[in-house]
Design a protein around this ligand. Structure first.
Ligand code: C5P
Length: 330
């Protein structure tokens, strides 16, 4: 179950939960093959980071779902994954919906949108956890993850977060020992977005010929990540070695088409103290890893000086050991 920062009193009067919904980065993303459902078979290592949204989930007396968000680019209608998460819970648990009424969701967005940081997915995971608590459903972590998998490939990971190997579509999770306090600088051009669907489609067009087609080999390749060098580095909590083994197949299609992403990679790579740098997910966010917060803050300043563009957003954060957490409840 998601960790609670404070104990959750089981009172009938509990009408509102405030949840912390962390972003993620991909330490490793390998595209292994195509799936019959149109998705790709992946082998990934996912890592929760301190940069997080705050999601308030509140029971309301009308039988509706309402979404509010402080970020103008985030839709508040059915196209928002958080809205879809609430709809899913209404469909799955009609009696609880009838008993407790509708749900109002307020998203305080800190995670850049369309960034490859699972911002939408973590909001959806928070809504699943929040409604589970509001409606006293007592769902297990794996039940929440299974519901999340129907919403998006990254949602299951976002429920419990931490550090995990993700295979299949990204929804089959094997937790790894937590990686605490590797420091991170994230860089993203505010107005630059990369469509995840485009990135995978383009990858398939360009590299689909090298996909593994045979299902036994697919499974063997997905299993191989468990004994791969980067997993060993994670098990050893060796930040330098993790940074050396960072990998993301989607860079092969995103970097040539998005020179700004390539530029961020190059600028990071030339800074002192950077252990390693990589694009996260389908981009366009680029991250760099550091042993200390001081080095991360220093490089953030250097990158700001090297790229004089107000559109560039930079964040210092670190690896964290959890996914959705309850911050408070009323
Ligand atoms: O699952 P999610 O909605 O996050 O995926 C967004 C898009 O990324 C999908 O529509 C699909 O085109 C692509 N994708 C994929 N294989 C995966 C995950 C995502 O092809 N394993």
């Amino acid at each position: 179950m998601p960790n609670a920062q404070c104990p959750i009193p089981h009172s009938q009067k509990m009408r509102s939960y405030s949840l912390i919904a962390p972003a993620k980065i991909n330490l490793y993303l390998e595209i292994i093959g195509a799936r019959l459902d149109g998705y790709h078979e992946l082998a990934m290592i996912l890592q929760s980071i301190g940069l997080a949204d705050e999601i308030d989930v509140r029971s309301i007396s009308t039988d509706t779902i309402r979404v509010y968000c402080n970020h103008p680019q985030v839709p508040t209608d059915k196209s928002n994954l958080a809205y879809q998460a609430a709809e899913l819970m209404v469909r799955q648990f009609p009696e609880a919906f009838a008993k407790y009424g509708g749900v109002e969701i307020t998203i305080n967005k800190q995670i850049p949108v369309a960034a490859g940081l699972a911002g939408g997915s973590t909001n959806a995971a928070a809504v699943l956890v929040g409604i589970d608590l509001l409606w006293k459903l007592g769902l297990t972590q794996s039940e929440l993850e299974e519901l999340g998998g129907t919403l998006g490939s990254d949602v299951p990971f976002c429920v419990a977060g931490g550090t995990a190997i993700a295979t299949g579509r990204g929804e089959q999770l094997s937790p790894l020992p937590s990686l605490d306090s590797i420091y991170i600088v994230l860089a993203k051009y505010r107005s630059l977005e990369v469509s995840t669907a485009w990135a995978y489609k383009t990858y398939r067009q360009q590299f689909g010929h090298s996909y593994i087609r045979d299902s036994d080999n697919l499974t063997a390749r997905a299993n191989a990540v468990h004994s791969g060098v980067i997993v060993k580095a994670v098990l050893d909590k060796d930040a330098r070695e993790i940074a050396r083994k960072l990998h993301n197949d989607l860079e092969r299609v995103v970097l040539p088409d998005y020179p700004q992403v390539l530029q961020l990679r190059e600028v990071f790579a030339n800074q002192e103290g950077v252990l390693g740098t990589m694009m996260s997910g389908s981009g366009p966010t680029v991250f760099a890893l550091f042993e200390s917060q001081q080095q991360a803050e220093q490089v953030k300043l250097q990158v700001r000086k090297a790229i004089l563009d107000e559109d560039l957003e930079l964040f210092v954060t670190r690896t964290i050991t959890h996914g959705i957490q309850v911050a408070s409840s009323i």
